[in-house]
Design a protein around this ligand. Structure first.
Ligand code: TXA
Ligand code: MG
Length: 341
């Protein structure tokens, strides 16, 4: 596969070109407030199947459908449950994906055989302008090769997607840096499938009830377990290095790294720690500041690859609030190797 990949600024002309390509059933990479996505017309099965080819994505992992607002939901969902209305009123547009009963117009290729569909209303002006100019609700996963860290700038998209799609719209750095929170309102209890910038506590406040946390978020599921959100079962966000998360204080971390000097390790650490560690480091955000960590985590994982690191020890973030999203991505990047110090 080799397509000529154009990178252009997300100005009026770039947006018009993106809209034209989408209407023709082609792929476009574009920025959202979370990460960059690869968009295709969600009603066009042939277009949607190109996404799976470009990413090397397993067919059983469903895609999220992006719209500007509730007025576009007709035909895409068969019903808007009351809980979805509460969540949309509280958080949309914004970094939230709501799993709802699927409508007849969504291409089957989006849903991997499920009778549900993930709906997201991005707040990013470029994503919204492309939907408006094309008239297309678009399906879009993150714009990385399957298994790699999600891209948060156009250059990282180009690294993965050069030759695989015709257009990348450059809209600068993404604001949040981790993908949207995914919550299901299908079934008896609302369930968090993927943590993101909108936290568990935010969801519970808006819904006025407890939200179940899918087990796959914070731990490795046993082989063969049934997952309700297929994306959770894959090794993910992974740099080439063997990453291990070390859960403890900075002093314990440093002692562990020193004791393993023979492995020639590098570290993924918090801001300001690199100079104290004495080995090659990438800093991924301030300790205790989930928003700062979320914004930089994927770029930092890619930086490890660029340095060519083979063995990486990573500082462990907290597991609650916004840090839950960072912890969730890091344990996948580490293939679930976590050592309690
Ligand atoms: O922030 C985001 O959500 C980005 C931007 C581009 O919008 N998109 C994104 O898409 O992260 P993707 O495909 O990389 O992740 C979608 C996640 C996967 O874990 C998938 O399994 C889950 O959402 N998902 C999608 N539809 C689902 C459904 N109907 N039921 C359960 N899980 C679903
Ligand atoms: Mg993804």
């Amino acid at each position: 596969m080799s397509i000529n990949t154009e990178v252009r600024s997300a100005d009026a002309e770039g947006i018009a070109r993106a809209a034209e390509l989408l209407r023709q059933g082609e792929l476009v990479a574009l920025p959202t407030e979370t990460v960059y996505g690869i968009a295709a017309d969600a009603r066009n099965g042939e277009a949607v199947s190109k996404i799976f080819v470009a990413k090397g994505r397993p067919q059983d992992n469903p895609l999220i459908v992006h719209v500007t607002g509730p007025e576009m939901l007709h035909g895409l969902v068969s019903e808007v449950p009351e809980r979805a209305q509460l969540l949309m009123a509280a958080f949309c547009p914004g970094p939230l994906t709501i799993i709802m009963p699927r409508g007849p117009e969504v291409a089957a290729e989006c849903c991997a055989g499920l009778d549900t569909v993930g709906i997201r209303m991005p707040s990013h002006p470029v994503a919204r302008a492309v939907i408006e100019a094309s008239g297309c609700a678009f399906a879009a996963p993150s714009a990385n090769l399957s298994g790699k860290p999600s891209p948060t700038n156009a250059q990282d998209v180009f690294t993965d997607m050069d030759g695989r799609l015709p257009l990348i719209l450059d809209g600068g750095e993404c604001d949040w840096g981790v993908e949207s929170t995914v919550v299901s309102v299908v079934g008896e209890k609302p369930t968090l499938f993927r943590p993101g910038h909108i936290t568990l506590e935010d969801l519970e406040r808006a819904l006025g009830e407890e939200v179940e946390v899918s087990k796959a978020i914070l731990e490795k599921l046993p082989e063969g377990a049934v997952v309700r959100s297929p994306g959770m079962k894959y090794k993910h966000y992974a740099p080439k290095a063997d990453v291990t998360l070390l859960d403890g204080t900075f002093e314990q971390f440093k002692a562990y790294v020193d004791a393993h000097a023979a492995e020639d390790p590098s570290c993924l650490c918090f801001t300001g720690e690199a100079e104290k560690l004495g080995v090659p480091c990438v800093e991924y955000g301030r300790e205790g500041d989930g928003a700062d960590q979320a914004k930089h985590i994927f770029r930092s994982l890619r930086a490890l690859d660029e340095q060519g690191d083979a063995v990486v020890y990573a500082r462990c973030p907290q597991k609650d609030g916004l840090s839950m999203a960072v912890y969730n991505r890091l344990i996948r990047a580490a293939a679930f190797r976590v050592i309690k110090l």
